[in-house]
Design a protein around this ligand. Structure first.
Ligand code: 2M8
Length: 434
């Protein structure tokens, strides 16, 4: 994959940093009043938000709903920090990697301090200070951005060994059928928690087995209909307990996830790039290419021109029309152009990209990952979908730094002051792209 994608080399990216005016033209097209330099203040607001969510070396996703360090949120925050303070950005990744388990997994949550504001805490996970599942591995891609923007090569080099081990964990512990792809063991591991992609596999999890617990999240957002249902939550909790009971092994659920696989493939490519730049010769090469082959041979559906999920426990292919089924088009696969075209046809709502197809019977424009638009998903694929970046920046200008947005009306939903919304907007405003 090395060098086959249209991302710009370091020099050009750095030059582009001064061209932050570009998106203003996108805003101008709407004919709204604030056209003159809205992004000058948006940029300032992004910086202020990251500073406000800084807890001394790590960034909370949002102050009230998510008071700990989440893995992919933290990597996205590091990308934002890279435009503000490169040393602070490296520290974010260092703290993230310091939570690594001995087997290489990066926990999806690191609990630095106790907090009554979030459930489940470490006691529920059966650990001292971290969760036992991981998340989409965007940390190599974040480290690449830090180096591209001039971060300290010595400190970034020290991250490469831990990042490498975190990638190997997926092959060892998240590929039960040897597909050269990633199977998640909990919907929370995918990052797209209650996407309809998991519904059929989650139907096999018995919610009555959940121990008693109190949800906190519903009290932290104004409208609980924007959060997962209680039934879903019970099943999440059953899985957490099952994983703890199996000595932190996989548990009963394993669903191959095309989006997670694509993110790892991109991360492998970025890790190779970093290893070349920083002279890390021990890295095993070609893992990204193998994942691309796995995606094509195991998960691509040519009739639908999108990717499938695969329930390894049930032995069943899942053809679910959700945004993750198109996300491998962020890679240079032979079918990427076709998949992007499909994505544009079916997902170009007023405020794209909805997380679930509006044609899907479970589409819900306000509930969490079952319909709303998310900035991190858009960021992953925006350099291949002209107009998406501009439209997303316009959405943020209009509705604020929300966790997610109604794809039909643009209404801001979920948590406010959400870190990755600001961090990735800042990355765009400074002329960078995934
Ligand atoms: C959401 O997930 C957490 C569980 O990890 C939750 O709902 O409590 C997801 O959107 C996930 O992708 C994200 O990393 C996390 C923190 O923003 O929130």
């Amino acid at each position: 994959m090395q060098g086959h994608h249209p991302r710009q080399p370091v020099g050009r990216r750095a030059m582009q940093a001064s061209k932050a005016a570009e998106p203003v033209r996108g805003a101008r097209r709407t004919g709204k009043a604030r056209v003159e330099a809205p992004f000058v203040s948006l940029e300032r607001a992004c910086i202020d938000l990251l500073r406000a969510n800084d807890r001394g070396g790590y960034t909370v996703p949002s102050p009230r709903l998510y008071p700990h360090q989440w893995a992919w949120d933290s990597a996205f925050a590091a990308i934002g920090w890279a435009h503000i303070d490169l040393d602070r950005a490296v520290t974010e990744l260092e703290l993230l990697m310091q939570g690594q388990w001995p087997d290489g997994r990066i926990p999806h949550i690191r609990f630095h301090k106790p907090s009554a504001d979030y459930f489940p805490g470490p006691d529920f996970w059966g650990t001292r200070d971290r969760s036992s599942i991981t998340q989409p591995p965007v940390w190599a891609s974040a480290a690449r951005r830090l180096l591209e923007l001039g971060g300290d090569g010595r400190r970034i080099r020290a991250l490469l060994g831990p990042i490498d081990r975190s990638h190997q964990f997926f092959r060892i512990a998240r590929d039960p059928l040897g597909y050269d792809a990633v199977a998640v063991v909990h919907p929370w591991e995918s990052g797209l928690d209650n996407s309809p992609a998991w519904d059929s596999a989650m139907a096999a999890i018995d919610p009555t087995k959940a121990p008693p617990f109190q949800r906190v999240d519903k009290k932290r957002v104004g409208d609980p209909s924007q959060r997962p249902t209680d039934d879903h939550y019970k099943r999440y909790v059953v899985l957490v307990k099952a994983i703890a009971d199996s000595d932190f092994g996989p548990g009963p659920l394993a669903v191959y996830d095309p989006m997670m696989t694509a993110i790892l493939a991109r991360a492998e490519e970025d890790l190779e790039w970093l290893a070349d730049q920083l002279g890390h010769s021990e890295l095993e090469r070609g893992r990204g290419t193998r994942l691309c082959s796995g995606l094509m041979s195991r998960l691509y559906n040519p009739a639908l021109e999108r990717f499938s999920y695969y329930d390894a426990a049930a032995g069943e292919r899942l053809e679910v029309d959700v945004v993750g089924a198109y996300l491998p088009a962020m890679l240079d696969l032979p079918v990427s152009a076709r998949v992007l075209e499909r994505l544009r046809q079916s997902y170009w709502t007023e405020w794209p990209l909805p997380s679930t197809s509006p044609e899907h019977p479970e589409f819900d424009p306000v509930r969490y990952w079952r319909g709303p638009t998310w900035v991190n998903v858009n960021w992953l694929v925006a350099d291949r979908l002209p107009g998406l970046k501009e439209r997303t920046l316009e959405l943020i200008e209009r509705s604020g730094f929300c966790e997610y947005f109604n794809p039909l009306t643009g209404e801001g939903l979920g948590a406010r002051e959400f870190s990755w919304t600001a961090a990735l907007a800042l990355d765009w405003l400074r002329g960078c792209a995934m």
